[in-house]
Design a protein around this ligand. Sequence first.
Ligand code: CTP
Ligand code: MG
Length: 182
Amino acid sequence: MNLLLEALIYALPIFIANSSATLTLSIPYYKDWSSPIDFGKSINGKRILGNGKTFRGLIFGTLCATLSGLTQYFFLNNFDYEYLDYNDKSLTFFLLSSFLLGFGALLGDLIKSFFKRRIGITRGKPWPPFDQLDFLTGAILLNLLIFVPDFKIILILYIITPLGHLLSNIIAYKLKLKNVWW
Ligand code: CTP
Ligand code: MG
């Protein structure tokens, strides 16, 4: 398999976590869960995290990402690969791995929002390149607990993620899932 494809398989739970957290906006059932993680609290007049970081997004995003581990399990047990050198290819491993990727992604996103608020950028306003790379960094770091990817995988993800993020935001905007195109 080629590098790009392997990078995408590795990063699938990361992208799923990020996009499914955004999609929870449009699931009516989850509206009751939409309590912000900072419970609306502020420090020095600025929100700790802001209304864009909800328990609903965190829980649903982590859950969807974890489930996407099934796809990783299937691909990595049925195809040859060059760069993804997993020793353990059990279902348990891939569910744990994708949980760490998904939870790490959303944690990275939370930490980004914390600093974004501290410097006075309000919820939803752009803060490039951190908005694009926060979740990737959080996910890879947390997943390092159980897997160290080839450096080339990491490199290519840092190149394609900002592009993919922009593209998916434009699509989400066109579908009226987001209010702004960035
Ligand atoms: N979302 C959520 N819970 C999370 C992460 C995201 O509910 N933990 C939802 C929110 O509806 C959010 C949307 O996904 O508005 C898009 O996420 P993101 O771009 O990360 O949030 P922003 O609204 O841009 O907020 P911030 O400025 O803090 O990044
Ligand atoms: Mg944003």
